[in-house]
Design a protein around this ligand. Structure first.
Ligand SMILES: [Zn+2]
Length: 88
């Protein structure tokens, strides 16, 4: 139930990103709050769509830069300019 709401919020974040990136960030924030309140982890594939540091909704090629470094995918958030690494 909580997980479905989280997925739905990320979906909305994706839809709003073009015109209203600030709304996307709000949806991500809500998703995180739901996750914390219900003790539900944000699914791995959705976690990659947000910045671990500033919690912005990330879109590769727009506000995020994605690079392959050996065994890792390195995502740079262009909002706070910090990096996240994920195993490839
Ligand atoms: Zn960031």
């Amino acid at each position: 139930m909580a997980r479905q709401r989280i997925e739905r919020l990320f979906e909305l974040a994706g839809q709003e990103f073009d015109g209203h990136p600030d709304r996307s960030n709000r949806y991500v924030q809500l998703a995180r709050q739901i996750g914390m309140r219900h003790n539900v982890r944000i699914p791995k594939e959705l976690k990659r769509r947000m910045c671990r540091h500033c919690h912005s909704y990330l879109v590769p090629g727009s506000n995020a830069q994605v690079r392959l470094r050996g065994m890792y995918v390195v995502v740079t958030c262009l909002i706070c300019e910090r990096q996240m690494r994920y195993p490839y």
